[in-house]
Ligand binder design. Structure first.
Ligand code: DC
Length: 236
């Protein structure tokens, strides 16, 4: 069967990654979570004090990138059946999902030199096709020629509820659980929607030839079945 590129874009916390991972597993494709790559750069910036007060130390971040000090990779984890994200050889899969990273990632993802670097790496990963990549600009900027494009969305409230549940599940102590605030998460979801859709370089937008999926009222199983059926239509 011919191998294709599957681009899955959409708003934050709409279950894109879960759907994309599931599809990749079912059809034996490589899965790439490009949000994790922007999150890993953000973690590097946080750890290295590149977020003083409100701004970002852009020149220092660029120098670190140019010097090859930010190496992002994925390694398949047989226990979870999913790839884990590594930053300079260290597994950072859990840390990049925490609120500190979520609330700093959009301005990092708006920096043109960060996008250029990560876009090139993503294009290299797709050279052989047989890939499911999820993000914000995959069908528009990274692989405008992708054979299958899906744009996923759901209401902000539904998405904040999903993120809340996920963070609760990841919280290791009662204190961490108690610190989670639904309203704060909802605000973060809305802010990220705004920044992601209004940035100058590769803003989040639906590709003209994308299939749209609003999954506010769908179960995971329904979404997966929908996606698999679309894939089969396209490759048949
Ligand atoms: O999907 P996510 O929430 O893990 O993405 C994290 C951030 O990275 C989000 O603010 C949007 C940004 N992003 C992007 O700009 N382009 C991508 N291809 C993927 C993510």
């Amino acid at each position: 069967m011919k191998k294709i590129i599957i681009a899955i874009d959409g708003h934050s916390s709409c279950g894109k990654s879960t759907m994309a991972k599931q599809l990749a597993k079912e059809i034996g494709y490589v899965y790439v979570d490009t949000g994790a790559m922007y999150r890993a750069v953000t973690l590097y910036a946080l750890r290295n004090g590149l977020f003083p007060d409100e701004g970002i130390k852009e020149a220092e971040l660029k120098a670190a990138i140019d010097a090859g000090k930010i190496q992002i990779s994925f390694r398949f984890n047989p226990e979870t059946g999913r790839p884990d994200t590594y930053l300079n050889g260290e597994k950072v899969e859990e840390e990049i999902r925490q609120m500190a990273v979520s609330s700093h990632v959009s301005p990092i993802a708006a920096l043109p030199f960060v996008r250029t670097l990560l876009t090139e790496q993503q294009q290299a990963m797709g050279r052989e096709k047989g890939i499911v990549m999820d993000g914000r600009d995959i069908g528009t900027a990274v692989f405008p020629q992708a054979e299958m494009k899906v744009f996923v969305t759901a209401s902000a409230e539904v998405r904040a509820g999903r993120r809340y549940k996920e963070l609760m599940g990841n919280a290791k102590t009662e204190e961490e659980k108690a610190a989670l605030d639904f309203q704060e998460i909802l605000k973060n979801v809305k802010e990220r929607d705004y920044i992601d859709s209004h940035r100058e370089v590769a803003p989040l937008r639906q590709a003209e030839d994308a299939l749209v999926l609003d999954n506010s009222d769908m179960t995971r199983e329904e979404q997966s079945a929908w996606l698999l059926a679309k894939y089969k239509e396209i490759v048949s």
